[in-house]
Design a protein around this ligand. Structure first.
Ligand code: NAP
Length: 305
């Protein structure tokens, strides 16, 4: 078990990510007190039933009072509203972070509200599942995954080190980069795959010549793997698309060009081009397995909830 890193940690938002944090903080004894806040009384009551924290309140301002570490885990489009509510309650010297999947937008939404003396260090754990809510979380979610921190220039190095130590204690490896670079990288490794999955599943759903029952019956041939991504939370992914628009559009236009080339190779029977591409992509898959970022397990190693 790790040692206590913070006296009081406030978790604002207690869905998949917030509740996974609550569980690992408790398991590793990383805080003396965990305070939980979420906007709906129903979700808060569920968090209490699951005993995820020590105190519970719907008022986020009250929750962050005297907290040494505040972690905001809400859809990125709600970042500014949350920052407005908590800003004047943050204690000097506290670390304020988030887990949002886009970073430049979160910085522009939250930074203007952060009072002097509070260390604002945006973050993004590269770990997740397609499930949502406090029941979906589990303590090992961050194990051997990366967490990217995107501190703005001039951020206190001691605060960055403390937050890095926290994520390390949660089982993660930590990288630091600027928000814009984060957004570009995530556009290709996360946002585009989800958009493609939403699109292909939508296309299959719209088909008239192939029945829905055939799509489901024969899904093990490839379609099934897309449906997991396409089952991800609609609010979260709506916000990701709206808040990483430029990087996503850039990657989508690259993708469309490459798809057109693939289409041409198929049309003209260019088997060599197809073979070369499929060989190149296969080696990427091998590199991911070698880096320990995937398991051989058919359920991708994720816990069933
Ligand atoms: P989630 O399971 O859907 O939980 C969302 C939490 O945010 C709930 O506590 C919810 O409160 C609250 N919330 C929703 N809308 C809100 C609003 N408009 N204002 C204030 N609070 C609101 O979501 P999650 O998967 O944990 O995602 C949280 C954040 O983590 C997102 O920014 C997402 O981009 C990021 N992230 C997600 C993943 C993933 O795979 N899911 C991975 C990495 C990062 P109520 O239930 O009380 O309404």
């Amino acid at each position: 078990m790790s040692s206590v890193l913070f006296d009081r940690i406030a978790l604002i938002g207690i869905g998949l990510i917030g509740s996974s944090l609550a569980r690992i903080i408790r398991q590793e004894n990383l805080a003396r007190e965990i305070v939980i806040s979420t906007r709906s009384p129903e979700t808060l009551a569920r968090a209490e039933e699951l005993q995820l924290g020590d105190r519970y309140c719907t008022d986020a301002g009250e929750a962050v009072t005297d907290a040494d570490l505040v972690i905001v885990s809400v859809p990125v489009g709600a970042s500014e509203a949350v920052a407005r509510i908590i800003a004047q309650h943050l204690k000097p010297g506290a670390i304020l972070t988030d887990v949002g999947s886009t970073k430049a937008s979160v910085v522009s939404q939250m930074a203007p509200h952060v009072p002097e003396g509070v260390h604002f260090i945006p973050g993004h754990p590269i770990a997740g599942t397609e499930h949502s809510g406090p029941d979906a979380g589990f303590a090992s979610l961050f194990q051997n995954r990366w967490c990217i921190l995107t501190p703005v220039e001039g951020t206190d190095q001691g605060a960055i080190d403390r937050l890095s130590a926290f994520w390390t204690a949660c089982g993660s490896n930590v990288d630091v980069m600027d928000p814009e670079h984060h957004d570009l990288v995530l556009a290709i490794v996360s946002h585009l795959p989800h958009i493609i999955a939403y699109n292909i599943v939508g296309t299959a759903d719209d088909l008239e010549t192939v029945t829905k029952s055939e799509v489901i019956k024969y899904s093990a041939s490839g379609f099934r793997d897309f449906t997991r991504l396409a089952a991800s939370d609609p609010v979260m992914w709506r916000d990701v698309c709206l808040h990483n628009k430029d990087a996503i559009l850039e990657m989508l236009s690259r993708f469309s060009e490459d798809l057109a080339a693939l289409q041409r190779a198929i049309r003209w029977g260019d088997g060599q081009a197809l073979f070369d591409l499929f060989t190149r992509t296969r080696s990427i898959r091998r590199s991911i397995i070698e880096a320990g970022q995937e398991t051989e397990a058919p359920d991708f190693g994720r816990q069933k909830v």
